[in-house]
Design a binder for this molecule. Structure first.
Ligand code: HEM
Length: 72
């Protein structure tokens, strides 16, 4: 569903499925993520097909020490 469907569906879907795990892994490896107010993430979703989050996810990200060296 997030890639659309039919003749105009996303041609990058297969590539995205392969790459997204690597991207997520790198983000978690390089940054410490926390909620802005320190509370748990609000997980309530809409009842629609795509199950969007009702409260948008807002996070703080702080580079881990090894990432700071990498970016310097
Ligand atoms: C998480 C990653 C991605 C998401 C969620 C995504 C989502 C979408 C969506 C919703 C559409 C519109 C489909 C429609 O109109 O029905 C689209 C179109 C398209 N996407 Fe992606 N996409 C992603 C990654 C990629 C990648 C990696 C590529 C190329 C390497 C790509 C290339 C394209 C192209 C060229 C179109 C236009 C297709 C057309 O209009 O005929 N996308 N994508």
């Amino acid at each position: 569903m997030p890639f659309g469907w039919g003749r105009r569906g996303c041609p990058g879907e297969a590539m995205a499925f392969r790459v997204i795990n690597l991207v997520m892994g790198q983000l978690l490896q390089c940054f410490e993520l926390s909620t802005i107010d320190g509370k748990d993430v609000e997980m309530t979703e809409t009842a629609a097909t795509l199950m969007l989050k009702i409260t948008p996810l807002q996070l703080m990200c702080k580079a881990r020490p090894h990432t700071r060296n990498l970016l310097a």
